[in-house]
Every structure is written in structure tokens, then in C-alpha cells.
Design a protein around this ligand. Structure first.
Ligand code: ADP
Length: 631
């Protein structure tokens, strides 16, 4: 990798690391920060006294970059070079370069607050300003004071305001690796298109027809839009190809892409073939795709935001920031001069886009993070005064404290309780970790573990409603469980139990249109949660999956009791005259149950009087998603 820009700066960077506890490295995306710094440190024997940890805000980046580094060093992934992401650890005793998500490093620091297993910690992609990286920045500031002589911290970023971070770390040195970027011509649309998908489609086809060779990278919003655009592109390209001289392959790129699909994005295309990559913002800075000459920027990103005053999440398609627009454009100039097609007028860029992206800490629920910080026992600090690079609003900190108090994780003085400590050890959101601790009391831990595992798998698990699946199911006389009138949590439990009855038969999953990879993951997550619970309980627990065909009434009753405790913040009451609900929070909201629920109205057309919900999310309107009757 001698030609990567960072290699020319190896001496300078290593000298700075030698002389300073903290160094900030700023370099263009693709300059080699993620893949090379860890190897340089290994070469200089920093791995003698501990491993090098490299954090990534995204799971897919941790996997992909570690794979690359293992390849470059000629070792097996999971051996000397490995990765650890939530519920998946591919490292060994011999691992000296470890890529891990920022959340996993936070969790490791619970078990070992000094993080002595590492000689160097690289916080990579700090510009993404993920919630966990922001918390790590604060923790590193404390840690370097305690491990003065044997810890080095590197903070790397593509765009970060280096000065700000340097000030945060007592004016530590900032090294900039100049990018080898070719000029990129920016072309604006005259107006915002009515449909950005159609507009991306048209622009991509125009480029494919008119422009010389070079790959096209399209920045779409989220997975749904990506899939729509990919299928439209495939149709059009297929119909064009007969007469054209150049082929094209269409590749989706997003965070939940299966590994075999990710590999395709990094392999070179066949000769005379143009790749059209349709990506989320993951290709802005996290993953570098080589060979891109044309960028199409929709100008939007899909973003999850939390409103602490209502407890509501929204998943909105929002305009990107100027920093993001510039990153996107930059992707076109890595190989040779390129072009960036912005599907919005220049006035939108100058007048409407924010300068920088709002950090995640200022748009997330902080309950999980505050519980984490409480469990660290940082005696000398008050959470409300934790040293954040950009502090969250007092309102969202108060919201987090209220939520934790309601589920018994902290007491009236704000001190962490023993329940709270157990909860913090579980890699789950507070509502689920509280459900597990309570389920243990009610003798339904096995069932609660299944529900928690089903809800934690980030893939869509519920059967596709495709005609084919329905037909197959009818032919096979299969009948998927329906939650027995209790709702979605119970259905999730029943689906897993049914699969268990078949001895985890893969064909059963396929026949029922369930995702094989997703369900295998659930099985693994369940096992891991089980092990953690056993460790906490310091002894065996009753976690056997039931061998009976259906859960007994009593099991479900107990499980719903445990869920009520875990979800004490997330309850809703049906309104008298129709099937709308009102949330029972500090600020009640009028909401509907999401149509995807298995809950059905009774003979009188009524839904249950009371439900608990996993998520309150506003899409076109406010919805309760994944609900369970508690009547
Ligand atoms: P940075 O962190 O500065 O953005 P990286 O170290 O991620 O840069 O990337 C450096 C180079 O390594 C890029 O050309 C990129 O395409 C390549 N690369 C990174 N990961 C992989 C991978 N999994 N497979 C193939 N190439 C990769």
C-alpha cells in the first residue's frame, strides 16, 4: 500500500506519537488512516506491550477494514488481526490489531476501566461524531492522565475541526495528511426534483450513455430507497444493454448488507464494465470505493432523531450538511478528475444546508449512555457536567435520568442501583435489559431472552408477505404463530419457539419466508445473552427453550409482567371512541398502532385497552411499533 498518501507521512506521524500521548490525524477519506496507522504502530513495536484498538462507528466498517488489514499482513482474520462488534467477536489471544465498534470499546471499559489490554487506542472516523465516539473522547481524556506512560491515543478524521479536538486535549498536535484529490467539477440542478429516485435514475442513465468510463457512485437516503433505485436501474440497463457497447453492474451499499455482497463492492469490475454503486452516506467517509469518477448526490440523508420532550423517534429524510456535500463530491476525484452531479440548486447548498452535521449526541435518547456513565462510578464527576466535546441539551439528560429512574436503574438521588448495575452489563437498550432482570424473578427468563434476541437482531425478521411465500406456506399447510392475541412480542417468541421445535431446521425458515441469516443471528445472540446472564447471576439459570408446541398462558402472562416493568416508560392507553392510543408519558401523544402489528381488534372491533410498545416513531404520522397487549 506504498502509494497511499498517509505512507509519506509515516515518519512524521510516528514521531508525534512517540512524543505525545494524544495525536490528531486529519486526512482525506481513502488516504489510508483506517488501514495503515495500525500497521505502522505494529511495525514500531507498539503491539509488544498490548494490542492496538481501532474503533469504528459502524459495524460494517469494522468488519471490512479488519479483513483488508489481515489480507495486507497475510494473516487469517480472527487471528493476529480481528474484529469485535456487538454479538460477534472474531479475535483470539494472539490478536494484536483489533478493530471494534466504539460501543464495544465502551463495554470493554466496564470490565477493565483502564483498558490495559491496549497500548494504543485509535478513535477512527471521529468526524462521524457518533454518540459512542463522543463519550469515548471524554473517557480518553481521563484515561491518558491515569496511564501517562503506557497509553497512546490517536484520533483520526476526514473532516473534523482539528483545532476543536486539539483544544479538548490540551492542545495536542494535529497532523494533516494532504489528500491526493483531483479536481471535481460540480454540476447543480436548476431545481429540486419532485422525486429524487427518478432524478438519480435519469442522471445515472445519462452518464452511462454519454460519459467515458469510470464508476458511478449514487448517494441515496436509506436501504428502501436504495433497493427501489437498484431494481429500476437493473430494468433500464438490461433493456439498454443489447445495443450498447459497455456493460454495467449495479451494486447496493449499506450497513446491513450481507458480507458476500460487501466483498463485491471492493472487487474490481470486469473489463469494459461500469459499476453503478447505490449507497447510503456510508460511502461518504466510512468505506472507500475505488474507481469512482462520477458522483450523484441526492442531497438527502435518512436520519434518526429523538425528541426528549415527547419520547418520540422520527426517521426522517433530511437535507445533508455542507460538510457532507463536500465529502460526497470528493469521492469523484480519487482516481482522476471527476464530476459531481448535485440534484439541487446551488442556492440550496449555500442557504439551506447546515455547515456541519448535528452530532448524534444531540439527537439521540441518552438513557443507555447515562446508565453506562453511572456504572463507571466516576466519583469526581456529575453526569450533567461530564466533559463532552459538544454537550447534549440539559433536557435530554433530564429525560434520560427520568427514564432510568422509572425502570429502577437509578434511585431518587440519581445513584445507580444494583438493578442498574446488572442492566449496564447487558449489551441491550435499557427497556430490554430491565425486562431480563425482571423476567429472572418471574421465572420466564428463557422467554424474555428470546424476545430480547429477536428485537436486537437488526434485520427484518417477520415473514415477507410475498405471494410466493404465502402460496408455499399454504401448500405446506404451515401456519405461522400470530401472537395469540397478545401482540408482537409474543409472536416473536412463538416464531423462535416453533423454529426450535424443528431443531432449527433451515428449510422451515425458508418455507415460512423468514430470513435464514437473521434467524441464525438471533439464535447466536440469545446464546450470548444467556451466557452474560449466567455470569451475572454467578450460577445456572432456567433458560431452556420450551419443548412444548405453544407457550402456556402462564408463561406469556409472566413475560408480559416482566415486559411491563422494562417498558414502564413505554405504555399507552386506548382512547375511548376509536382505536387510537394516548401514550402514558410526561407529555402524552396521540398515536396509532403501526399496521405491521399482529394485534387484531376483537369482535367489537376494539384493540386492547392498554399496550406497551417497543418504539414510538413518526414516519408519515406517529406510530407505536412492536406492541404487546397488557390488558
Ligand atoms: P481512510 O481511513 O483514510 O479513509 P482507508 O485506510 O480506509 O482510508 O482506505 C485506504 C485504501 O484501502 C482505499 O483505497 C480503500 O479502497 C482500500 N480498502 C479499504 N478497505 C478495503 C477492503 N475491505 N477491501 C479492499 N480495499 C479496501
Amino acid at each position: 500500500m506504498a502509494n497511499l498518501p498517509i505512507v509519506q507521512f509515516e515518519e512524521k506521524i510516528m514521531e508525534a506519537v512517540e512524543q505525545n500521548p494524544v495525536v490528531v490525524v486529519i486526512g482525506e477519506t481513502g488516504s489510508g488512516k483506517s488501514t495503515q496507522l495500525s500497521q505502522m504502530l505494529h511495525k514500531r513495536r507498539y503491539t509488544k506491550s498490548g494490542a492496538v484498538a481501532v474503533t469504528q462507528p459502524r459495524r460494517v466498517a469494522a468488519v471490512s477494514v479488519s479483513r483488508r488489514v489481515a489480507q495486507e499482513l497475510g494473516v487469517r482474520l480472527g487471528d493476529e488481526v480481528g474484529y469485535a462488534i456487538r454479538f460477534e467477536d472474531r479475535t483470539s489471544e494472539r490478536t494484536f490489531i483489533k478493530y471494534l465498534t466504539d460501543g464495544v470499546l465502551l463495554r470493554e471499559s466496564l470490565a477493565n476501566p483502564e483498558l490495559n489490554q491496549y497500548s494504543v487506542i485509535i478513535l477512527d472516523e471521529a468526524h462521524e461524531r457518533s454518540l459512542n465516539t463522543d463519550i469515548l473522547l471524554g473517557l480518553m481524556k481521563r484515561l491518558i492522565k491515569r496511564r501517562v506512560s503506557n497509553l497512546k491515543v490517536l484520533i483520526t478524521s476526514a473532516t473534523l475541526d482539528g483545532e476543536k479536538v486539539s483544544n479538548f486535549f490540551s492542545n495536542c498536535p494535529v497532523l494533516t495528511v494532504p489528500g491526493k484529490l483531483y479536481p471535481v467539477e460540480i454540476l447543480y440542478s436548476n431545481e429540486r426534483p419532485k422525486s429524487y429516485i427518478e432524478s438519480c435514475l435519469k442522471t445515472a442513465l445519462d452518464i452511462h450513455a454519454r460519459e467515458p468510463e469510470g464508476d458511478i457512485l449514487i448517494f441515496m437516503t436509506g436501504q428502501d430507497d436504495i433497493e427501489k433505485l437498484v431494481s429500476k436501474l437493473e430494468d433500464k440497463i438490461r433493456s439498454l444493454e443489447e445495443g450498447s457497447c459497455m456493460d454495467a453492474i449495479i451494486l447496493p451499499l449499506h450497513g446491513s448488507l450481507p458480507p458476500e455482497m460487501q466483498v463485491r463492492v471492493f472487487s474490481p469490475p470486469p473489463p469494459n464494465c461500469r459499476r453503478i454503486i447505490v449507497s447510503t452516506n456510508i460511502a461518504e467517509t466510512s468505506l472507500t470505493v475505488d474507481g469512482v469518477v462520477y458522483v450523484i448526490d441526492s442531497g438527502y440523508v435518512k436520519q434518526r432523531q429523538y425528541n426528549p420532550s415527547t419520547g418520540m423517534y422520527s426517521l426522517d429524510v433530511v437535507p445533508i450538511s455542507k460538510v457532507q456535500a463536500n465529502q460526497r463530491a470528493g469521492r469523484a476525484g480519487r482516481t482522476r478528475p471527476g464530476k459531481c452531479y448535485r440534484l439541487y440548486p446551488s442556492t440550496v447548498y449555500t442557504d439551506e444546508f447546515l455547515d456541519v452535521t448535528i452530532p448524534e449526541i444531540q439527537r439521540s435518547s441518552l438513557a443507555g449512555s447515562v446508565l453506562y456513565l453511572k456504572s463507571l462510578d466516576l466519583q469526581d464527576i456529575d453526569i450533567l457536567k461530564f466533559d463532552f466535546l459538544d454537550p447534549p441539551s440539559p433536557e435530554s439528560l433530564e429525560d434520560a435520568l427520568k427514564q432510568l429512574y422509572l425502570i429502577d436503574a437509578i434511585d431518587e438521588n440519581g445513584l445507580i442501583t444494583s438493578i442498574g448495575r446488572t442492566m449496564a452489563e447487558l449489551p441491550l437498550e435499557p427497556s430490554l435489559s430491565r425486562t431480563l432482570t425482571e423476567a429472572n424473578e418471574y421465572g420466564c427468563l428463557s422467554q424474555a431472552l428470546t424476545v430480547a434476541a429477536m428485537l436486537s437482531a437488526e434485520t427484518t425478521l417477520l415473514p415477507g408477505r410475498s405471494k410466493n411465500t404465502e402460496k408455499k406456506r399454504k401448500q405446506n399447510h404451515l401456519d405461522l404463530p400470530d401472537g395469540s392475541g397478545w401482540g408482537d412480542h409474543i409472536q416473536l417468541l412463538q416464531i423462535f419457539e416453533c423454529w426450535h421445535q424443528t431443531d432449527y431446521d433451515i428449510d422451515w425458515l425458508k418455507d415460512n419466508g423468514l430470513q435464514v441469516r437473521g434467524m441464525m443471528f438471533v439464535k447466536d445472540v440469545r446464546k450470548q445473552l444467556c451466557q452474560i446472564m449466567q455470569k451475572i447471576a454467578k450460577g445456572p439459570l432456567d433458560v431452556q427453550t420450551s419443548r412444548r408446541r405453544r407457550e402456556s398462558q402462564q408463561d406469556c402472562y409472566n413475560l408480559r409482567k416482566a415486559l411491563c416493568v422494562g417498558y414502564a416508560n413505554q405504555l399507552a392507553e386506548r382512547m375511548v371512541y376509536h382505536n387510537g392510543y394516548r401514550t402514558l408519558g410526561f407529555k402524552p401523544q396521540v398515536v396509532q398502532v403501526h399496521p405491521s402489528t399482529v394485534l387484531k381488534p376483537d369482535n367489537e372491533g376494539k384493540l386492547p385497552d392498554y399496550v406497551l410498545y417497543h418504539e414510538l416513531i413518526a414516519t408519515s404520522r406517529p406510530y407505536l411499533r412492536t406492541v404487546c397487549s397488557i390488558d
